[in-house]
Design a protein around this ligand. Sequence first.
Ligand code: 5GP
Ligand code: ZN
Length: 138
Amino acid sequence: MCKLNCSCPNRQLFYYLILTMSENCLFCKIIKGEIPSKKIYEDDDVFAFYDIAPQAPVHFLVVPKRHISTIMDMQPTDCELVGKMLYRAQIIAKELGIEESGARFVFNCKADAGQTVFHIHLHVLGGQVMGWPPFPKD
Ligand code: 5GP
Ligand code: ZN
């Protein structure tokens, strides 16, 4: 493994790939305003907007402004950021009137969970009773 401050081709390739991934990322483009969205909330760290294909009467997404591809890529230094996402999600859920009825807070991660956008996002779904488990039995 190369050192943190080295400039070997491997490390350069690594940073090139990270940059390219975030440049082509749908949610990075939504955060930058390059793709329109129905924004609910924004601060220095997090961005929240309505899902384009709602799966419940209330369905919005909370994302970090910094690109992280999947929950499996989360680092110890991301703990506060992910906490802020969850905190903001519950504030918005209350504002949208689902505090008492409740909601589902979901991170899909990679293929088995059906992740389609590789920039972590917290789904908040509510406004109806949901089933459990969330997948067909057979
Ligand atoms: P995943 O399947 O990765 O957990 O969730 C991705 C979510 O992003 C889906 O619920 C999908 O409807 C939503 N989505 C995909 N493209 C767009 C878009 O361009 N705008 C918005 N607002 N949501 C999107
Ligand atoms: Zn991104």
